[in-house]
Design a protein around this ligand. Structure first.
Ligand code: KIV
Length: 269
């Protein structure tokens, strides 16, 4: 084993930036365990997000709020053990990054115990992002619909329809990049706003319900496999409908994003 043993096989943030520059779409899905992690990796998915959506789709809660840092570290480790090529991002759970010191302590668990390559946190917490990046922890921002703020927002709603709110999201995106984030997830915002943000940022922007102009797309795995109880969100698609099994559904998603066929107008606000 050499000092640089892992670097040739696993994608890095530099690879994701190069994809943006080359105009190659980045594919991403959530996963929470080793079996799906290996399956996504083999299908060519570029980024596996260990989302705190696991609180809903794995643990059966009705929001992401009950998810703990121990839960996230455990599921991140399951995922990171099983992938070879994909870049692994893990969510910082609710109330785990209120101060830079608290965020450092918790992010370190996701990277050391969880094996994540980057942590994702919701909102324009630029002081926290700056501090984590200074300590060598890569950060993914998350703007638009912020599921951890569901009680403040009053539901899961499209964000940035009003001009003032759209302007604030654009300014926050620029501030997050300025603070040193390496990726940005944009959730449930109008496609025009997402396109403007994607154009104005040098870091890759991954959309979910944010239109086709983003540098990449992410979906909750169980939604696109049609195994989520309840209604599938408008921005998602059942890739199992025409697929010959789970692996084929993931490959269909991967190709549809790479070719610009997903998301279509019907998945967009
Ligand atoms: O937790 C999650 O799955 C996420 C995606 C919705 C982006 O953050």
């Amino acid at each position: 084993m050499t000092l640089y043993a892992d670097t040739p096989k696993t994608l890095s943030i530099a690879d994701l930036r190069a994809m943006k520059q080359a105009g190659e779409k980045i594919t991403s899905l959530t996963a929470y365990d080793a079996s799906f992690s290996a399956l996504l990796d083999l299908a060519g998915i570029d980024v596996i997000l260990v989302g705190d959506s696991l609180g809903m789709v794995v643990q059966g809660h009705n929001s992401t709020l009950p998810v703990t840092i121990q839960d996230m570290a455990y599921h991140s480790r399951c995922v990171s053990n099983a992938r070879k090529r994909a870049f692994v991002v893990a969510d910082m759970p609710f109330a785990s990054y209120a101060t830079p010191a608290q965020a450092l302590n918790n992010a370190a668990q996701l990277m050391q115990a969880g094996g994540a390559q980057m942590v994702k946190l919701e909102g324009a917490k630029t002081d926290v992002i700056e501090f984590l990046v200074e300590q060598g922890i890569p950060v993914c921002g998350h703007l638009g619909l912020l599921p951890q703020s569901v009680n403040r927002i009053g539901g899961y709603k499209v964000q940035g329809r009003e001009p003032a709110q759209a302007q604030k999201i654009l300014e926050d995106a620029l501030a997050i990049e300025q603070a040193g984030a390496g990726l940005l997830v944009l959730e449930c915002v109008p496609a025009l706003l997402a396109a403007e943000i994607t154009q104005n940022l040098t870091i890759p922007v991954i959309g979910i319900g944010a239109g086709s102009a983003c540098d990449g797309q992410v979906l909750v795995l169980y939604d696109m496999l049609n195994i989520t109880a309840g209604n599938r969100p408008r921005f998602s698609k059942n890739f199992m409908a025409e697929a010959d099994g789970v692996s084929d559904a993931v490959k269909r998603y991967h190709h549809a994003v790479k070719n610009g066929q997903f998301p279509a107008a019907e998945h967009t606000y």
